[in-house]
Write a protein that binds this ligand. Structure first.
Ligand SMILES: Nc1nc2c(ncn2[C@@H]2O[C@H](COP(=O)(O)OP(=O)(O)O)[C@@H](O)[C@H]2O)c(=O)[nH]1
Ligand SMILES: [Mg+2]
Length: 232
């Protein structure tokens, strides 16, 4: 008899009525269930003024409201609300390949990994990311290498898979964009866990990006992880 495990897919969403339904629709539920996984889809909303919550519920997700603003606050709320023993994160904009979850889980299982992060640059759709963001990502990857000696091609990727019990070993302070980089530093540098970065397909987004002022966001991110090198 196969043991049933529960997987929680955590999706932060702010005004994503155009992408959230499609995103949830690409969760490979049947395939996951046939390999022994129960699936919980959690959408974390904090202040959408459009039909994000309504569309997410209609597509079969549970919607959690988080009063604190920000990408990091939404994700941390999702982690706290997740009932799965494994967690996957993704944006609500159709960019990340949720169809690849079964094979990513298999990689985790075969290689006995605790944390798997994804590299969008391996198979990047030309329209998926503005040049400025690509340059910023490269600089942040270089900073990660200099500060921590870790080779991450994509420190800002928003798709990670990990075992929920890893969270007890991670100190996640950011309520905003740096949470994405912070969780990788925590998992790959501080926690001593087994991790890997793997290539994924990354496509153009549905709806408008919520990341404005990319240089400022990148600079704040850099300061956040540089501080983390000194005080955790
Ligand atoms: N709940 C919540 N979600 C957010 C917030 N900011 C961004 N998001 C979501 O986080 C994900 C990443 O944002 P996105 O605009 O796609 O950034 P990009 O992928 O860097 O272009 C998307 O699903 C957004 O809807 C926020 O303040 N609250
Ligand atoms: Mg996105």
């Amino acid at each position: 008899m196969t043991e049933t495990r529960l997987l929680t897919i955590v999706i932060p969403a702010l005004n994503e009525e155009q992408g959230i339904g499609h995103t949830i629709g690409t969760v490979p539920r049947k395939q996951l269930e046939s390999t022994g996984y129960g699936v919980q889809v959690l959408v974390i909303d904090n202040g959408s003024t459009d039909r994000t919550a309504e569309v997410a519920k209609a597509a079969g997700a549970e919607v959690v409201s988080e009063p604190r603003r920000g990408y990091g606050a939404a994700l941390k709320r999702g982690f706290a609300s997740a009932t799965g023993d494994a967690i996957v994160t993704a944006d609500a904009d159709g960019t990340y390949p949720l169809g690849a979850i079964p094979s990513l889980l298999e990689t985790m299982h075969i290689e006995n990994l605790d944390f798997l992060t994804t590299n969008r640059f391996a198979c990047l759709d030309r329209n998926a990311m503005p040049l400025l963001n690509r340059i910023g990502n490269r600089l942040l990857a270089l900073a990660t290498r200099i500060l921590f000696g870790i080779r991450l091609e994509d420190p800002e990727s928003g798709m990670w898979l990990f075992r929920k019990d890893l969270l007890g070993r991670l100190k996640l302070h950011s309520d905003s964009w740096p949470l994405s980089h912070e969780i990788k530093i925590e998992a790959c540098y501080y926690s001593g866990c087994r991790w890997k970065e793997v290539p994924i397909q990354y496509g153009a987004r549905l709806g408008q990006t919520k990341l404005s002022n990319a240089w400022k966001v990148g600079l704040i991110d850099l300061l956040h992880i540089a501080k983390k090198r000194v005080v955790r």
